[in-house]
Design a protein around this ligand. Structure first.
Ligand SMILES: NC(=O)c1ccc[n+]([C@@H]2O[C@H](COP(=O)([O-])OP(=O)(O)OC[C@H]3O[C@@H](n4cnc5c(N)ncnc54)[C@H](OP(=O)(O)O)[C@@H]3O)[C@@H](O)[C@H]2O)c1
Length: 287
């Protein structure tokens, strides 16, 4: 039996939807914090179990009878390592054999305090746990691009502190489909996969595509950090989130998200969504 955590969140829920295409519901379980948010999953016949990553006894209980766990990583700005260790220890105690962990791609050793440090600690802990592991190093979601550049087509200019850095964006739904394929196929024991799009794009590329789709010149300029953060705060983001967004851009500048890999493409059996396709459907729906 496969259990997916974070089932009331984006990636977890979408992964379960893909699992349901190939696997009977009675072989799928999920972990949620709030059962009232999972009524649809109950209706689909998924075995909904309740536990917080911080509640060790409840985790051990929730993992009874489970063979494989997909641990959807905890949210930044929380004690991620403690939560992940709890899940790993509880899985082991409950007799789970194989744990998949959603990490972040690190094509370079750039440090993002809220992300890469806790991922490295979790990966090391998982590898030493004795569980069979599979580490999914997910790239930046296409769905996060709007946070970086805004959700409206820019008038004439994109300002981001990303230099000439590139990101091999991947759509979260496609990551979910690829993750479901990994969970239901053999041969992923003690493996690590970069889960990226098949192409990496710079913000110059993004501006060029937006320009071509909008039919007017849109250019990209590298921004200094302070004005970018100020612009995000003015747009309504809390300061720590504005800082976090700037950090993702700086990570891109340092190549952390630039590596491409064909794992997602192979698992999907087709090219993942390209930048142009994503921008067209997101920024120019109906065009
Ligand atoms: N690659 C990227 O671009 C990117 C972007 C954003 C996040 N991430 C990372 O990838 C993860 C999955 O992404 P997502 O889009 O699915 O995020 P999401 O929609 O925020 O979902 C996170 C899920 O984790 C659950 N969760 C958080 N803390 C928990 C805890 N203490 N105990 C039990 N469950 C807990 C949440 O439960 P509730 O529904 O109860 O809140 C939610 O279901 C995120 O958590 C984050 O670590 C990656």
């Amino acid at each position: 039996m496969i259990l997916v955590t974070g089932a009331t969140g984006g990636l977890g829920r979408q992964t379960i939807d893909y699992l349901l295409n190939t696997t009977p519901a009675e072989k799928i379980a999920c972990l949620v914090r709030d059962v009232s948010k999972a009524t649809e999953l109950v209706e689909k016949g998924v075995d909904v179990r309740q536990a917080d990553y911080l509640d060790y006894p409840a985790l051990v209980q929730a993992f009874q009878g489970i063979d494989k766990v997909l641990l959807v990583s905890a949210i930044a700005f929380t004690d991620r390592v403690r939560q992940h260790r709890n899940v790993i220890d509880a899985a082991k105690e409950a007799g789970v054999t194989h744990l998949f962990y959603t990490s972040i791609q690190r094509s370079t050793d750039f440090v993002m305090t809220e992300v890469t440090e806790s991922d490295l600690a979790t990966e090391a802990y998982l590898k030493a746990s004795g569980l069979i592991y599979t580490i999914l190093k997910n790239n930046f979601y296409f769905e996060g691009l709007g946070h970086l550049i805004g959700n409206e087509v820019p008038e004439a200019e994109i300002l981001v502190p990303a230099g000439d850095g590139k990101i091999a964006f991947v759509q979260r739904t496609e990551l979910a489909a690829a993750t479901a394929a990994l969970l239901t196929s053999e041969g992923h024991e003690n493996q690590e996969y970069n889960m990226s799009g098949s192409e990496a794009y710079s913000f110059h590329d993004i501006a060029r595509e937006l320009s071509s789709l909008a039919g007017r010149p849109i250019t990209y300029k590298n921004s200094e950090l302070a004005p970018y953060i100020a612009q995000k705060v003015a747009a309504g983001f809390p300061e720590f989130v504005a800082n976090f967004l700037a950090q993702w851009a700086v990570a891109a500048k340092h190549g952390m998200l630039a590596g491409t890999d064909d794992t997602v493409e192979r698992l999907l059996g087709r090219k993942p969504t390209s930048l142009r396709e994503y921008l067209k459907t997101t920024y120019f729906p109906g065009a």
